[in-house]
Ligand binder design. Structure first.
Ligand code: ADE
Length: 225
């Protein structure tokens, strides 16, 4: 998979890809992540990426031309499955969207700033708009980092234990069950006996029940989906 991220703040997006699982995924060649500084595609002497809003109103708008230049250059080099715009008014990211995107070959992610982008960018280039939640960030970069993390860990081979993404919360619209490790008894706080039974169907049944109970209590909305 290849991810091209278009941003005015590439420095904000470096560190998430320089540590832990994402770094290893890149080193293993399972994913390529390329950052593109939108300022390199500007056409005036000031390297402007934004301008005043037609019709008046507070806040600057990201201009169509630098974004067009950047996306068109990328598209001249390869085909893209999706051009995603990070915006608080997009579809809220969930595990289903992450699963779908993890199967794509090449995607572009455009990070919004200021008031957002000229509507013509959305009309003519964007195939999908994603929000990471109902709150406003100062730019799309942190949202893009969250999206990339959620997607990249699902690419086959990225997680050490191939099955571990399958047992994550949300994979079957259930939250994950409680988990324990040593010691078996800490200050009298005991690990449930069933986990030592060696009876794996029994353990699996217990986990499913716990997952269901937890979901019913914390996120009953997931059970309606
Ligand atoms: N840009 C600003 N707020 C955002 C959000 N909630 N999700 C994605 N991109 C954003």
């Amino acid at each position: 998979m290849r991810i091209d991220i278009i941003t005015v703040l590439p420095e904000l997006l470096k560190s998430p890809f320089e540590a832990s699982i994402l770094k290893r995924a890149i080193e293993a060649g399972l994913v390529e992540v390329h950052l593109h500084n939108l300022r390199n595609y500007t056409t005036d002497n000031y390297n402007s990426v934004d301008d005043y809003q037609f019709g008046g109103g507070a806040g600057m708008v990201m201009m169509v031309e630098p974004i067009d230049k950047c996306i068109s250059k990328l598209k001249s080099e390869r085909d893209y499955d999706e051009v995603i715009y990070m915006t608080p008014d997009g579809n809220t990211l969930n595990q289903g969207i992450a699963n779908q995107l993890s199967l794509k070959e090449n995607i572009i992610i455009l990070c919004g700033h200021y008031k957002g982008v000229d509507q013509r960018v959305r009309d003519h280039f964007i195939t999908r708009e994603i929000s990471i939640g109902d709150y406003v960030l100062s730019g799309g970069e942190l949202g893009a980092a969250v999206l990339c993390d959620a997607v990249i860990r699902l690419i086959p081979g990225v997680l050490g234990n191939e099955t571990s993404a399958l047992t994550d919360s949300f994979q079957d619209n259930l939250l994950a069950p409680p988990i324990y490790t040593r010691p078996r008894d800490y200050k009298g706080w005991k690990v449930p006996e069933v986990l030592f039974s060696g009876n794996f169907p029994e353990i699996e049944k217990w986990r499913e029940e716990q997952a269901y109970k937890r979901t019913k209590k914390r996120r009953p909305d997931l059970l309606d989906e």
